[in-house]
Design a protein around this ligand. Structure first.
Ligand SMILES: NC(=O)c1ccc[n+]([C@@H]2O[C@H](COP(=O)([O-])OP(=O)(O)OC[C@H]3O[C@@H](n4cnc5c(N)ncnc54)[C@H](OP(=O)(O)O)[C@@H]3O)[C@@H](O)[C@H]2O)c1
Length: 171
């Protein structure tokens, strides 16, 4: 079972601002959907609350991690540890015959899961926005296997590149 990060990162490492995304990238939303549909998706409580209408992502098993055992997120599975998130996600992926578990943020969750990730699907956003949440990847540990640059579309606030990284064998 592969654990895959799906994340958009600006050139200055920013991934979020005020619990939202500091850009508008309609093209990337389509890619996010394509990479995650039909799979379990693991996210932190803050990222869940940043989703439009605080509604779970459709056609995916939404697994929300919080330390608050009383937290409720209708339509999502709430867990109180990374270990619980991992076992719920594994069971769900097996039931769905999905080959991957997607970890979709935010920064706190990415940092905790990075050691377990097999592949990173990164959208490099060619902008340097202000923000309060950042995430960096140590490129010494990850090998870039694919990179495709795209100009900004009509509903995109910046140009961007889709980049795939796989963990280097010794890491
Ligand atoms: N650019 C992107 O691709 C992308 C993707 C996702 C999110 N974002 C952005 O990132 C920001 C949110 O990221 P964030 O780092 O602030 O928050 P986050 O990772 O989404 O959520 C953090 C919360 O997760 C819970 N948590 C974390 N580790 C836990 C553990 N080991 N056990 C139990 N609960 C745990 C805690 O919830 P409680 O406080 O409830 O205990 C914690 O406050 C937003 O701006 C969002 O828009 C960007």
């Amino acid at each position: 079972m592969e654990i895959v990060f799906v994340v958009a990162i600006a050139e200055n490492g920013i991934i979020g601002a005020g619990n939202a995304l500091p850009w508008r990238l309609k093209s990337d939303m389509a890619r996010f959907k394509a990479l995650t549909i039909g799979k379990p998706v693991i996210m932190g409580r803050k990222t869940f609350e940043s989703l439009p209408g605080r509604r779970p992502l459709a056609n995916r098993t939404n697994i929300v991690i919080t330390r608050d055992a009383d937290y409720r997120a209708p339509g999502a599975i709430v867990v109180t540890s990374a270990a619980a998130a991992g076992s719920v996600a594994l069971g769900d992926a097996l039931r769905r015959s999905a080959a991957e578990i997607a970890v979709i943020g935010g920064a706190e969750i990415f940092r905790q899961w990075l050691d377990r990730a097999d592949r990173l699907e990164i959208t490099e956003v060619h902008a340097r926005p202000d923000g309060d949440t950042h995430f960096d990847v140590d490129k010494a540990m990850w090998e870039e296997t694919e990179r495709v640059r795209h100009p900004a579309g009509p509903e995109d606030s910046a140009a961007f590149s889709y980049v795939t990284y796989r963990r280097r064998p010794s890491h």
